[in-house]
Each structure stands twice: as C-alpha cells, then as structure tokens.
Design a protein around this ligand. Structure first.
Ligand SMILES: [Fe+2]
Ligand SMILES: [Fe+2]
Length: 353
C-alpha cells in the first residue's frame, strides 16, 4: 500500500501558492491542481481515481473554499475525501466547523504541510480498509444466511411431503409480482416506491421460510390425509407464531433487513386484508407488504396443486378464487398485479412442477 503514489488535489487561485505546495508535495505524491472551486469540482466529478486528500484555499475569486466543501459534502463519493483548508489568520475554527479535517495556515510551512497531508492519508487509508472489511463481512454474512435459509426451507419440504417444489414456486411467484410492480411503477406507484426501499432480493429469499414453523407441528396433523378438525386446525395455525420464534432464534444476531423480512413473512403470511386472518388478526396495510405478497403467492400455489385432501384447481379457477378474495383475503392491488401476469404464474407452475 505504501508503494503507491497517492494523488493530492491542490486548489488555490494564487499561482504562486499552487507552485509552492506542488513543490513541497510532488516528491511523495501525484499533485493535481485547480485554480478555483468550480474547476476542482469538475476534476473530482470526472476523475477515475479520487485524490486521497484535497488542499483547499478558503478565499478564491470563483467559488471559495467553504462553498466548494459544501458541494463536496453533498456528493456521496466526494464527501468522503478529507479536506485540509489553507487558511489565513482566524479562519481555523470556521474551517473545522465547516467539515475540514485539518488546516494549514498561510504561509505554508513545508514540514507542516508534509506531516498534515501524510497524517490524513494514513487515516483515510485506514478508514478505507475498515470499510472494505465491513463490506466483505456483510457479503460473507449474507451468503451464509442464504445457505442457511435455503437449508431450512429444504428441511420443511422434506418433512411436509405434499409440497415438493412448493417453496421454490412461491418464491418465483413472489418475485414475478415484485418485478411486475417495479416494472410498471407508474401503475403501482406507491408499492413500487415501498419496494424500492425494501431489499426485494431478500424478500424473495425470505419467502422460503414462510412455513418454517411447520417444523414444530406434529406429524399426525401436518401429514393428516384429510381435513383437519377445529382443534387440529388451531394447532396448525401455530406454525406462524412458531415460525416467528424460529426465525428470531436463528437470525439472533442479525437485526437487519433479513430478520425483518423472514419474521414478517413467517408470522403474517396467513393474515387477511379484512383482519380475519391469523395469528394476530391485523388488517390492510398493517400487514407487512412482504407478507401480503407471500400470501397471494402461497395461496395460488396451494390452489393449483393437488393436495392429499383436495384436487388441483385449474389455473383460471385459482385466479378467479383469488380475485374473489380481493379486499377480503388479499390486498386488492396485489390481486390486480396478479391478474396482469397470470400467464407468467401459469408458466412458473408448469415449469417447476
Ligand atoms: Fe403457512
Ligand atoms: Fe406454503
């Protein structure tokens, strides 16, 4: 890392100052120069490799240092470059308050310049390194969560014999609904906006765990070849609360979006839009959007597949049943989206039989 010649941007409208700073720094750094704030921003916006530090004069005729720094702070990338102000007397505290990391008083002392630039570059390298480590760790954690969640989903499928391929299809239907809403964002503007804020890839992965709570349902109920009696049905309903507990225990140390989606979906995928669902009886938009999506996808698949206690419905009948439940069982906007892409649902059902 130390062999790399880092670049430093020097911004000053006095040619003599630029030359002086260039002379001080050029042995150790690649020095880029600009004569005012506008030119400096132009260089920064267009450079492939950003300078490690910017030395910025406060008083310049065309866009002064404070305004330049304000513009840098408004940019996601540029705001991370440390800025050292080159200040006249009595501007030091103002410079630091504006967000500069350090200052150099005029006239610049070569040793002070070299030391302050070196310090800031070392700090910047260190913080870049930490950020890289955090990013790598996040990727690693997400990858192991993906594996774990898929493994859990497989366990549920192996146990719940009647639903081979069910998890995969419910994920595909959910993805199709999400993609369609995002594609036709003008038609579904509010949902497209909400989905943009959620991590939709993780919603699709989390859908795999919608029935994870069934791990805790006794075989005699889970695998019963016929309709459940009311008591058995009550036990079956607990797969939602059990699911929530299981998700919370396996994602214990992950308070992020993964836990949120997995928990919402496992807990709320049997809630109804009219509030007559379970386990909580919450209604409408109180039901998390990810769970409302999973609910449409899950019921569609249950309808078009044969189960031990019922024959499969035709694709058209399944759509009709879901549309009939629009506003009562299902979110009306999602049933509308389903109608738009019913052929895609049918294709998924056919492909992943
Ligand atoms: Fe379920
Ligand atoms: Fe399901």
């Amino acid at each position: 890392m130390d062999n790399i010649k880092h670049s430093v941007l020097v911004v000053d409208d006095e040619e003599i100052n630029v030359m002086m700073l260039e002379g001080i720094l050029e042995d150790e750094y690649t020095v880029i120069t600009a004569n005012d704030g506008t030119q400096a921003l132009d260089i920064l916006w267009h450079s492939k490799v950003l300078p490690k530090v910017v030395l910025l004069d406060v008083q310049m005729r065309k866009m002064g240092g404070f305004e330049t720094l304000k513009n840098m702070k408004a940019d996601d990338l540029l705001k991370r470059i440390p800025v050292i102000f080159i200040t006249a007397d009595k501007e030091e505290s103002k410079a630091l308050a504006a967000g500069a990391v350090d200052y150099i008083s005029k006239p610049p002392n070569p040793d002070v310049v070299r030391l302050r630039v070196k310090n800031q570059i070392e700090l910047k390298n260190y913080s870049d390194h930490l950020e890289e480590l955090v990013a790598e760790k996040t990727v690693e954690i997400t990858a192991s969560l993906n594996v774990m969640i898929q493994a859990m989903a497989n366990i549920i499928e192996y146990r719940n014999l009647e639903s081979g391929g069910h998890v995969k299809r419910v994920q595909m239907y959910s993805k199709a609904l999400i993609d369609h809403i995002m594609d036709r964002s003008s038609k579904y503007v509010e949902y497209a906006y909400q989905l943009k804020l959620l991590d939709t890839d993780i919603i699709v992965k989390s859908v795999a765990l919608h029935d994870v709570g069934k791990i805790g349902i006794p075989d005699r109920i889970l695998l019963k070849p016929g309709k459940l009696d009311p008591d058995e049905f009550d036990t079956m309903k607990t797969h939602t609360t059990l699911g929530k507990k299981i998700v919370e225990s396996i994602l214990n140390n992950n308070e992020g979006i993964y836990l949120q989606h997995c928990r919402d979906i496992a807990y709320c995928h049997h809630e109804r839009f009219d509030g007559k669902g379970y386990p909580c009886g919450i209604s409408g938009y109180d039901i998390p959007l990810a769970a409302r999506i999973a609910s449409v996808a899950d019921v569609y698949d249950a309808l078009v597949c044969a189960r031990v206690y019922k024959a499969a419905f035709s694709y058209n009948d399944a759509i009709k049943i879901i549309v009939d439940g629009s506003g009562s069982q299902f979110d009306p906007l999602l049933t509308k989206a389903l109608l738009d892409i019913q052929d895609e649902f049918k294709a998924i059902a056919e492909t992943y039989k």
